[in-house]
Design a protein around this ligand. Structure first.
Ligand SMILES: [Zn+2]
Length: 431
């Protein structure tokens, strides 16, 4: 069975080679594993595979402050001692370390998200996928939670040039705080985040009474969950809530952050979702038949992240794939079962009682009712002035041109392994 949707998939062969540092849970190598499974399942044959555009300082400064991005561009492990004050100011250090090639890493994952948005705007694809993106914690002036540049906010700003209403959905185990904050005062972007909340779980925001403010009141929706939520409970909340949100908000496109740290057995997580349960959210959102930008996010048990995003790539393509994994260069990571759907259930107790879930549902219902009566549903001429968003009638020729320049469409998958097409390779990259 083939998909009727055109899927554009972005992958930079260098993105899996970055290291946050010894012992750091965020491992970009998970992207190499994911891509390897996507290739060996033959999924690349069903989609447009692109080596993405690399975001410039200018692109990043559409959301971030210039001095923060200037710092990211200049700091290296060699000169970091000269930046003591900036490190503190921009929250760079422990969780968000300075590692070799940091700026290039940001440029790759942000460029792919931005190019995905441009292709959706131009109807070149129905679905754009960037598993390297989805770094939802980054703030305008600082890094946070392993995230430096907020590719999601930058991608949504691009979508807003063509789309009156963008829906952002976040199924990472952590609250999508950076995206919520960026659009907290506007009704043109509705943010919905399902996440663990309580006991000082990072980042500490996202209770169900955070609903947006001023013109954006009721356009932020939070679904705070407790430890151990399983597929059944998650579906019971996710499906009806998202159905209602789409009916009330009537988005013209959807951005879905698919953080895989909400799976059972995640190194930093405490939920109990299976790869199939996680994927059901992706299928459900795809079912609205709206332009869809699909992004990665957290995910710290590398083998399961690769399984999850491979499964979700297949779902987006309406492709059935074998549970038995194809042989690939990372095969030993998937020991002992070598399957796409291993048992990820844990002994973590499901603390989401019937009463608690009911309370969430009730509060969310009340918020959505307020939304349906909100006076500002017709929002086509209300550009948010939260930051310097230029709402332009015509696409930005600079961006369009540079994306097309770099738009090296890659047909056969083996081009990644044959000759070295990468001329921008970073010399100081520790690979
Ligand atoms: Zn996360």
């Amino acid at each position: 069975m083939g998909s009727t949707k055109t899927v554009a998939y972005f992958f930079d062969p260098d993105v899996g080679n970055f290291h946050y540092g010894q012992g750091h849970p965020m491992k970009p190598h998970r992207l190499a594993l994911t891509h390897s499974l996507v290739l060996h399942y033959g999924l690349y044959k069903r989609m447009q595979v692109y080596r993405p555009y690399r975001a410039t300082v200018h692109d990043m400064c559409r959301f971030h402050s210039e001095d923060y991005i200037d710092f990211l561009q200049r700091v290296t492990p060699q000169n970091v001692q000269n930046f003591t004050k900036s490190l503190q100011q921009f929250n760079v250090g422990d969780d968000c370390p300075v590692f070799p090639g940091l700026f290039n890493f940001c440029s790759m994952y942000t460029g792919a998200t931005l190019e995905g948005a441009v292709k959706l705007n131009n109807n070149i694809c129905d679905i754009a996928v960037n598993w390297a993106g989805g770094l939802h914690h980054a703030k305008k002036f600082e890094a946070s939670g392993f995230c430096y540049v907020n590719d999601i906010v930058i991608g949504i700003l691009e979508l807003l040039k063509y789309h009156p209403r963008v829906l952002y959905v976040d199924i990472d185990i952590h609250h999508g705080d950076g995206v919520q904050e960026a659009f907290y005062l506007t009704d043109r972007v509705m943010t919905v985040s399902f996440h663990k909340y309580g006991n000082h779980f990072f980042p500490g925001t996202g209770d169900m009474y955070e609903v947006g403010a001023e013109g954006g009141k009721y356009y932020s929706l939070n679904v705070p969950l407790k430890d151990g939520i399983d597929d059944h409970n998650y579906r019971q909340l996710f499906n009806p809530i998202m159905q209602q949100v789409v009916e009330f908000f009537r988005p013209t496109c959807i951005v879905l952050q698919c953080g895989a740290d909400s799976l059972g057995c995640d190194r930093l997580g405490c939920f109990n979702l299976s790869v199939k349960g996680h994927g059901e959210c992706v299928s459900f959102m795809k079912g609205f038949n709206l332009p869809l930008l699909v992004l990665g996010g957290g995910g710290y048990t590398v083998r399961n992240v690769a399984r999850c995003w491979t499964h979700e790539t297949a779902l987006l393509l309406d492709e059935e794939v074998n549970n038995e994994l194809p042989y690939n260069e990372y095969f030993e990571y998937f020991s002992p079962d070598f399957t796409l759907h291993p048992d990820t259930s844990t002994r973590i107790e499901n603390c989401n009682t019937k009463g608690y879930l009911e309370q969430i549902r009730q509060t969310i219902n009340d918020n959505l009712k307020s939304l349906s009566h909100a006076p500002s549903v017709q929002m086509h001429d209300i550009p948010p002035d939260l930051f310097s968003l230029e709402v332009v009638e015509e696409p930005d020729p600079d961006i369009r041109e540079s994306v097309q320049d770099q738009d090296n469409r890659i047909e056969p998958a083996n081009e990644y392994y044959d000759g070295d097409k990468d001329q921008d390779r970073d010399n100081d990259l520790d690979v």
